[in-house]
Design a protein around this ligand. Structure first.
Ligand SMILES: [Cu+2]
Length: 805
């Protein structure tokens, strides 16, 4: 066995690079040398096989060398977070969350009830997360040898006991042993935070479920006859309800439409067209009530009115038989159709001959020239901080802000659906990743904690993965032909990248969010969309909004939009922003003065104020968007810059001034550039979803002051998106292929040349025409591998339990 393996794999000593050995022609002409080489190879194989047997028998397995049949090297160790030595951006540890919670509960003046005993009409802690220190303090620490910034927490309190009830936010510190708390307010941000704009928690949803059970009991006959199932006292193939938002059409309302679906695999593709409006305004839950109901395209003022009209025969009825066979259900993930491949075979996989080539120390990651920190904000999701390339900071913060999905349609569900996923726990819905599918088997997995809507923090195992990926495409290559059947040289390098991945599952939809570090200084942010489409029950009135599909559903047109914050620090915090415009120009042809010549020139257009810098993408005016440092140049005297390239610009058709769009004003711009302020940390908030009409964060206010942006600390707010009208192949779920939205940060005269030239993974092949000798230079990197991929152990738990006390 060992001998077979060894002899099938090229011998490392033969394939070692940089040997300047001739390949191809010379060997072909020398059968004697082949025989010698074969004999030597055979002897080496035997020797290695014996060594392997000895090593295995002695029970020693170092796994650290590229030996025959040995596991490949592990590479750099992934060091876990050391809670005693947090970095300036680190998320709170279990102990820190506990100390903050205990401190807050001990403050009599706040009148807080512990979460586990609290009702809506009490004041209780909804969430605790890191509050990032001021950038000045962090930079003094990172760059100036200043003290480590004090670690702070932000505590969100649902204060149902106050008059009127409100949401309160406090900054608490220091987190190891808190001694003070201050009310969190920001200039320009709405204060106080209205109670109606809070994210519904499990306490609210439990009460609503009770109301929905009552509706089901009252409408039992209607549901049974129409859908062959119901919600209350139901154990199998039941109805279930999901809510939508915003919860009303005017500021101050909290009236949520809950819509019924069959609780099968792929529930959101199995709507039945029954919806209930539930009013949860205020903190007095005895006032909470169901209001209107919607059945088969007809609106009723109450469930009693529906039942009474139904019994009198004045309702247009519908009968939807229960799907018979779950195995062939269109919305399920069960395999169906002729098997491909006909015999189940494993797909190609990657392995790492020399092990991990990236370092992970807690939340700090290093790869080739790159270094950065990351965290998962409970509110907004992934954030990368202090991103440096070759030791120079390029970006201070690169973070997800908001994900929107704006639907169209006629029924109460579709009229009400203008999703802002921060209000759907987008930041804390990163569940355990599945090795070999969600991330390669070689990936490193990292855990996170979130304290939100529970008594104790919950642990999310393997919520983030980091891996190096051979993308299978050259990052750069060239074949220099001699145009006579030969060549002068070949130069190339494969695009090996580091990927940091999280997947946020917001109810039915899954957003794969990747930060991809290329070795030529390009940083890519890619969002891939997958998961279940939200469909609604098909009636004639829905027809203009999409296609009738599957059983009784229609997938309505909607717009996906994603907003990111990019705090550029190109060669320092003070930057300028310019567009480099490709401008048509008409000149007299210098060679033939009687002719005119039309072509384009690159025209630099420095932007001086925030409003001037607003980007409304115009196909007629192609541009680069460049952030540069006026004080720093590369060797050619060009100001060092990094440019933003948006590969998924998108047009929001709903005007910014209309209804809920105020809560997502950023979606109207493909990019806006503002002066960075501690008072403008995010383009959205937890509260925008449930009152977008008068939002807590109104992004347009960031631009209203139209400040000067020359030699300032600049932030780019980038929106990308895609319009989606669901089609049959969105069943069971939308696939990522074709649904990837990308943003690139690309060096623009930041370096003197492509920094990947430093990579020892390049290949240079030169060819001597006269001697026919081929010289392959791999710059010291061995070719091929004799080691076995490290065994991938499949393990999946999938739960996100509360931590032990
Ligand atoms: Cu979609």
């Amino acid at each position: 066995m060992s001998a077979d393996i060894c002899c099938d794999i090229p011998n490392a000593s033969e394939t070692q690079s940089s040997q300047k050995t001739a390949m191809g022609s010379k060997f072909e002409k020398s059968p004697f040398r082949w025989k010698v080489a074969t004999l030597v190879l055979f002897l080496v194989c035997v020797a290695l096989a014996v060594t392997l047997i000895v090593v295995l028998c002695s029970g020693v397995s170092t796994g650290q060398h590229d030996g025959h049949g040995q596991p490949c090297a592990a590479g750099y160790i992934v060091e876990p977070v050391d809670p005693t030595r947090p970095g300036p951006f680190s998320d709170l540890s279990l102990e820190e969350i506990d100390s903050v919670r205990n401190y807050m509960l001990a403050q009599d003046s706040l009148q807080l009830t512990p979460w586990e005993h609290a009702e809506i009409s009490d004041n209780y802690i909804y969430a605790i997360e890191t509050h990032l220190p001021a950038k000045d303090d962090v930079l003094r620490f990172l760059d100036g040898g200043g003290p480590a910034p004090e670690r702070l927490a932000k505590v969100t309190v649902y204060a149902g006991q106050r008059t009127p009830p409100v949401v309160e936010e406090y900054i608490v510190g220091p987190v190891t042993n808190p001694s003070r708390h201050t009310v969190y307010t920001l200039r320009g941000r709405k204060f106080p935070i209205p109670f109606h704009s809070r994210v519904p928690d499990s306490k609210e949803n439990n009460l609503v479920e009770g109301r929905l059970r009552e509706v089901s009991e009252t409408a039992y006959r209607v549901l049974k006859e129409s859908f062959d199932t119901w919600y209350h006292n139901c154990t199998d193939r039941c109805l279930t309800f999901i809510d939508t938002a915003p919860r009303g059409f005017r500021s101050g309302q909290r009236k949520t439409w809950w819509y019924a679906m069959r609780n099968l695999q792929g529930m959101t593709l199995n709507p039945v067209g029954f919806m209930v409006e539930v009013n949860t305004e205020g903190a007095n839950t005895s006032q909470w009530r169901t209001e209107r109901v919607f059945y088969n395209g007809q609106l009723f003022d109450s469930v009693h009115e529906l039942v009474s009209d139904y019994n009198q025969g004045t309702v247009e009825k519908v009968t939807l038989p229960m799907p018979k066979d779950d195995n062939t259900l269109f919305s399920s993930f069960r395999r169906r159709g002729p098997p491909q491949p006909p015999t189940p075979l494993r797909a190609p996989e990657q392995f790492e001959p020399d092990g991990r080539r990236y370092k992970v120390r807690g939340r700090h990651v290093e790869y080739m020239g790159w270094s950065f920190d990351w965290r998962l904000s409970t509110t907004h999701g992934p954030q990368l901080l202090d991103i440096k390339m070759n030791g120079e900071r390029v970006v201070y913060e690169l973070s997800l802000q908001e994900i929107g999905a704006f639907y169209s349609g006629h029924d109460p569900l579709m009229l009400s659906t203008f999703f802002l996923d921060t209000g759907w726990n987008m930041g804390s819905s990163h569940f355990e990743l599945v090795p070999g599918v969600d991330c390669p088997n070689t990936a490193s997995y990292l855990d996170v904690l979130h304290q939100k809507d529970s008594a104790r923090p919950r642990q999310y195992k393997n919520a983030v993965c980091v891996f190096e990926l051979n993308t299978g495409i050259p990052l750069r290559r060239h074949y220099e032909s001699d145009f006579q059947g030969g060549y002068l040289f070949y130069g190339g390098m494969v695009d090996n990248v580091l990927v940091v991945r999280t997947i946020s599952t917001v109810f039915n939809y899954d957003y794969v969010l990747d930060f991809i570090f290329h070795q030529n200084g390009v940083l890519e942010v890619r969002t891939s969309l997958t998961g279940y489409v939200m469909s609604t029950f098909y009636t004639q009135a829905e027809a203009p909004y999409g296609y009738k599909m599957w059983q009784s559903a229609i997938g309505n047109a909607h717009h996906h939009v994603i907003n990111l914050k990019v705090d550029m620090d190109v060669g320092g915090i003070e930057n300028r922003y310019e567009t480099v415009d490709f401008v048509q120009t008409n000149i007299t042809n210098p060679l033939y003065p009687e002719l005119y010549h039309i072509h384009t020139k690159a025209q630099r257009n420095p932007k001086t104020t925030e409003r001037e810098a607003i980007l409304h993408y115009n196909f007629d005016r192609p541009k680069y968007y460049n952030f540069y440092n006026q004080e720093k140049s590369n060797s050619y005297g060009i100001k060092k810059g990094y440019r933003i390239q948006i590969n998924a610009p998108t047009k929001e058709l709903v005007p910014r001034g209309w209804g809920p769009m105020r809560g997502a004003a950023w979606a109207d711009y493909q990019m806006a550039v503002t002066r960075r302020k501690e008072s403008e940390p995010a383009s959205s908030s937890l509260y925008n979803q449930n009152d977008p009409y008068d939002p807590v964060v109104d992004f347009d206010r960031f631009l209203d002051d139209d400040e000067n942006i020359v030699d300032q600390d600049l932030v780019a707010w980038v929106t990308m998106g895609t319009h989606h009208v669901p089609h049959a192949e969105d069943a069971p779920v939308t696939a990522t292929a074709g649904n990837q939205l990308s943003l690139f940060l690309r060096p623009f005269h930041f370096f003197d040349e492509d920094p990947s030239m430093a990579s020892s993974n390049g290949v240079l092949i030169t060819y001597d025409k006269d001697s026919h000798e081929v010289d392959v230079d791999r710059f010291g990197t061995p070719y091929g591998s004799n080691c076995l991929p490290r065994e991938a152990v499949f393990a999946y738990n999938g739960t996100w339990p509360e931590t032990e006390d």
